[in-house]
Design a protein around this ligand. Structure first.
Ligand SMILES: [Fe+2]
Length: 307
């Protein structure tokens, strides 16, 4: 099946402010993806049937935002797409179909379309493209965390509220970001409820897209309905440099006890960090397996039972 190319641009309202703010501030624009039939119940069930089940991230969570221990990974083997969609509608699940662009041709095309739009408007290369489809339950939430690459969130169905926190202490430290880059943490970070007073927060409705500075901590609360969003993670040359410097810094902190800073501008310091990163990567293979063990499984009736 091929997707319908919309008339005109995918983003309706690129402004100078949005273009200048890219990578530096929280940017909000409108898009037209929510009008595409691939995101109907029927379309989603078909995608869930086609997407490799072993690659699908299924999570549940508690209510307490400070309790990352309640964020658990589960198994959804053996369910049809219809059953899985029903389990999300009636349960407390967060499904992440990561790299849908590598597994499904229609998402490969959509990912290329999104990247093409960004490259054209923003004048930068869009690298390491990972287009994920998020299908999540009413009232589900994603706790305070950060992502290593740049991200953009495209709201397609339902409403959610997103909260962004400053990328500095006490909200997050360089040492914590380094842990995420080195994959000794899955992006989760310590959170305190009083930080909400310092957050930038807004609702996301169908047709809203937001993107934010790399590694900026954030969290998400779903409204009382099924939510469908696209999460496009990607690197630009600048973002890739920052991730490599953080990787080098993490190794230096862990092995030598240093407290290194992040070089953002070209110079000998940045060159040395990039060389160190390249040498370290060559000698050490990083793991890509999930950090969380599978601790529950979803039945065909949509119940969660211990794995
Ligand atoms: Fe995120």
């Amino acid at each position: 099946m091929t997707i319908e190319r919309q008339e005109g641009a995918m983003i309706a309202d690129w402004t100078d402010e949005a273009i200048c703010g890219f990578e530096n501030s929280i940017v909000r624009v409108r898009h037209g993806l929510h009008q595409r039939p691939m995101f109907s119940d029927e379309g989603l069930a078909r995608v869930l049937d086609l997407y490799p089940r072993e690659a699908l991230g299924a999570f549940t969570m508690g209510e307490d935002l400070e309790d990352w221990g309640s964020w658990r990974r589960g198994g959804v083997q053996g369910l049809t797409g219809d059953q899985l969609l029903g389990a999300v509608k009636d349960g407390r699940l967060w499904l992440n179909l990561r790299h849908a662009n590598l597994h499904l041709p229609e998402f490969a095309e959509l990912c290329a379309e999104i990247a093409e739009e960004k490259e054209l408007r923003l004048g930068t290369r869009i690298l390491n493209r990972d287009l994920g489809l998020l299908i999540s339950s009413p009232r589900a939430r994603v706790f305070f965390h950060l992502d290593v690459p740049l991200s953009s969130l495209w709201q397609v169905r339902g409403e959610k509220r997103i909260w962004f926190y400053p990328r500095r202490e006490p909200y997050v430290s360089d040492a914590w970001i380094e842990r995420c880059v080195l994959r000794t943490a899955e992006g989760q970070a310590p959170y305190r409820a009083e930080w909400d007073a310092d957050a930038t927060s807004f609702p996301m409705r169908p047709g809203d897209m937001t993107t934010w500075p790399q590694n900026m901590p954030h969290r998400v609360d779903n409204g009382p309905m099924l939510n469908v969003s696209l999460s496009m993670e990607y690197m630009t040359p600048r973002a890739l440099r920052r991730a490599r410097v953080l990787h080098a810094n993490g190794v230096l902190r862990r092995s030598l006890g240093w407290s290194p800073t992040v070089q953002e501008r070209p110079g000998p310091g940045l060159a040395a960090k990039l060389a160190f990163h390249a040498a370290h990567k060559l000698l050490n293979k990083s793991s890509t397996s999930p950090i969380l063990p599978e601790s529950f499984r979803v039945t065909a009736e949509g119940k969660r039972i211990a794995a």
